[in-house]
Design a protein around this ligand. Structure first.
Ligand SMILES: Cc1ncc(COP(=O)(O)O)c(C=O)c1O
Length: 442
């Protein structure tokens, strides 16, 4: 039954055949797979090919091996944002919750006029409508960092990452991500059974040297955040983008860019697509700039990818509500809404800078180059969180953002939400940064 599904006679092909057999119910939880040698003989593959496939399936947690029972199909996992839950875990409500990463609701543009302008009842002529409203696409293209072949609208950046990853990646594959990285992306890649290699970032984003080293593992894709990287706040300038494109030029890896801060970033739009247009997918979310509940993001890329994404989506969501797209179009073109987004951008920058300045005064040098968050180095994460919590302040633990075991302890602090005096908040953060782990009674 595996043989019938074997399209490609490689370890990847065999792993895919097992996944397909599980997906269509032919193989189910607890069923035992034949021993490697006999399956290899049966399929005319080498034992090392079968063994490599088993390793990929085991990494994707699709099978498990226990000595006595042999190799069996693993129980279906509940797949969800496990890391993100850990990052945001809290048992108390805080007077000042800086754990969330969400925008300040009072800085989002008012929707009243945009909603009042919705005088049509949109009724699509059929269920194969063009997914993006022409006028919206035109406005977006004017402010896009390059001239893309294809563009569409989806239900937020996570939806885009989910759809693009499912199209581009297969279990057992390898991708490069930033270190540290956005926990739901790591959860998503985990769910797809893909191995991640973390590449360190500085204030300008991924470092070209470590990226070049990571590319020796032949990853299928490189995921990066061009602006206001969550959690570090790094934003690329065109020089860094070009250096990264130079590193990637020789290979075949796709680049997937997640510009989640969009218009509240203090930096201009930037994309590696300027140099690698045929291999770059660029996503811009409107959650931080216009409101997370709009659930809107634009995604651009080569027609081969965007076309496939739109086609596949017709078997699911279909399209993103034209009503919401019309609201976004209004917000992107109305003078008042544009002024409000600009105000938000300046306000976040001022809040970041105030905290950074106060922390510097307290001998805690940190960078918060862009966006809503500050990546605060601390001596011990639990001790720092406890210190903040006992003073009514919430922050996110840094470890769920890590892509490797050995990582320096940090907290992600959404300083974009600090509306009042920065000084007392910075003082608490400085104490938290220095808080030592509790060593127990002596
Ligand atoms: C880096 C990153 N990607 C994606 C998202 C989610 O964006 P959306 O609300 O558009 O799904 C966020 C939200 O915090 C984010 O920080």
């Amino acid at each position: 039954m595996i043989g019938e599904r074997l399209v490609e006679r490689t370890s990847r092909g065999l792993a895919q055949a097992v996944h397909d057999a599980v997906a269509d119910g032919t193989l189910s939880e607890g069923m035992r797979l034949p021993p490697i040698r006999s399956l290899a003989l049966q399929l005319g593959l080498s034992p090392s090919t079968v063994s490599a496939a088993w390793e990929q399936l085991s990494q994707a947690r699709a099978i498990r091996t226990d000595g006595r029972r042999g190799t069996t199909i693993a129980p279906l996992r509940v797949i969800g944002p496990a890391r993100y839950r850990r990052a945001l875990e809290r048992s108390a409500s805080f007077a000042l919750d800086l754990s969330t990463g969400v925008p300040d609701a009072s800085l989002l543009p008012d929707l009243t006029d945009a909603l009042r302008g919705l005088h049509h009842t949109w009724t699509p002529g059929n269920y194969l409508v063009r997914p993006v409203i022409d006028d919206l696409e035109e406005v977006l293209r004017r402010d896009w960092p390059y001239a893309p072949e294809g563009m569409t609208i989806v239900d937020g950046a996570m939806d885009a990452l989910d759809q693009v990853s499912s199209l581009l990646l297969r279990p057992g594959g390898t991708v490069v991500v930033e270190h540290p990285s956005f926990p739901p992306l790591l959860d998503l890649l985990d769910a797809l059974g893909v191995r991640t290699i973390g590449v360190d970032v500085d204030e300008r984003g991924m470092l070209p040297g470590p990226l070049a080293a990571a590319m020796r593992s032949n990853p299928e894709a490189v995921f990066l955040q061009p602006r206001a990287q969550n959690p570090t706040g790094a934003s690329m300038d065109p020089d860094r983008a070009e250096q990264l494109a130079d590193v990637l030029r020789a290979g075949a890896a796709m680049v997937v860019e997640d510009d989640s801060a969009g218009a509240v970033s203090s930096w201009p739009p930037v994309s590696l697509a300027r140099w690698l247009p045929e291999r770059t997918v660029h996503v811009r979310s409107f959650s931080k700039s216009h409101g997370p509940d709009l659930r809107l993001a634009a995604v651009s890329g080569p027609e081969a990818v965007i076309g496939r994404l739109m086609e596949r989506r017709l078997l699911g969501q279909g399209w993103t509500s034209w009503l919401l797209q019309t609201v976004l179009l209004d917000l992107l073109t109305s003078r008042a809404a544009r002024a409000q987004v600009k105000r938000a951008r300046y306000t976040y920058a001022r809040r970041r800078e105030s905290i950074v300045k106060e922390l510097e005064r307290l001998d805690i040098p940190v960078a918060a180059p862009d966006g809503l968050n500050l990546w605060l180095p601390v001596r011990d994460e639990p001790a720092a969180l406890l210190h903040l919590a006992t003073n009514g302040v919430g922050a996110a633990a840094g470890s769920p953002f890590a892509t490797r075991q050995n990582h320096a302890p940090h907290l992600r602090v959404t300083v974009g939400l600090v509306t009042g005096d920065a000084r007392p908040v910075a003082e608490l953060l400085a104490q938290a940064a220095r808080a030592a782990p509790w060593s127990g009674p002596r």
